[in-house]
Design a protein around this ligand. Structure first.
Ligand code: HEC
Length: 147
């Protein structure tokens, strides 16, 4: 039941975030994507501690938030946002846009999948590693500059 509720909430947010999309300057786009990544990082750490302490319901809400954020990020790498404003995005993103988008979409759907597998796992740490942390690394290693 919780999974159904979460899924409906997810669809609802997706619907509204796509309507809200409008003309933004390059600076706004780069700043928004950076701030979403930073937020997801904080949220991921929170998911880690909540799930490790057995507060699964709270952790699930944040997993859904992260999933929605990844979907939003798909819109935040337009052609005109390759350089400037301290971006660490690598040119390889635009040379491999399909692959980049696929990784982002996978990161998003993995967070939803995580909400349903997390209830029954023995090893919470390993599960978070597989569904949440591995996505960061596989994308950064190819598409984000060393920092
Ligand atoms: C599909 C690709 C992708 C995934 C998945 C991804 N990232 Fe990133 N991340 C990027 C890119 C590209 C940038 C550089 C954005 C920029 O500077 O314009 C970035 C930047 C960041 C930043 C720096 C933000 C800033 O203020 O400059 C942090 C922190 C971060 N990511 C954390 C994470 C964490 C934690 C995860 C996993 C939970 C994650 N990312 C998943 C591609 C990804």
């Amino acid at each position: 039941m919780i999974t159904i509720k979460n899924t409906l909430f997810f669809i609802f947010i997706l619907f509204y975030s796509s309507i809200a999309f409008s003309d933004q300057t390059v600076e706004e786009i780069i700043k928004e994507r950076k701030s979403i990544f930073s937020k997801n990082y904080k949220t991921a750490k929170r998911v880690n501690s909540l799930a490790s302490n057995g507060d699964i319901d709270e952790a699930k809400k944040l997993m859904i938030e992260m999933s929605v954020n990844y979907k939003r990020l798909l819109d935040l790498f337009p052609e005109n946002s390759k350089v400037g404003f301290g971006t660490e995005a690598l040119p390889s993103i635009w040379e491999n846009k399909d692959e980049f988008n696929l990784l982002m979409t996978k990161a998003s759907s993995n967070m939803i999948e995580l909400t349903s597998v997390i209830d029954d796992v023995e090893d919470v740490r390993a599960t978070l590693g597989k569904y949440m942390w591995s996505g960061c690394k596989s994308c950064h290693s190819r598409f984000r500059a060393e920092h």
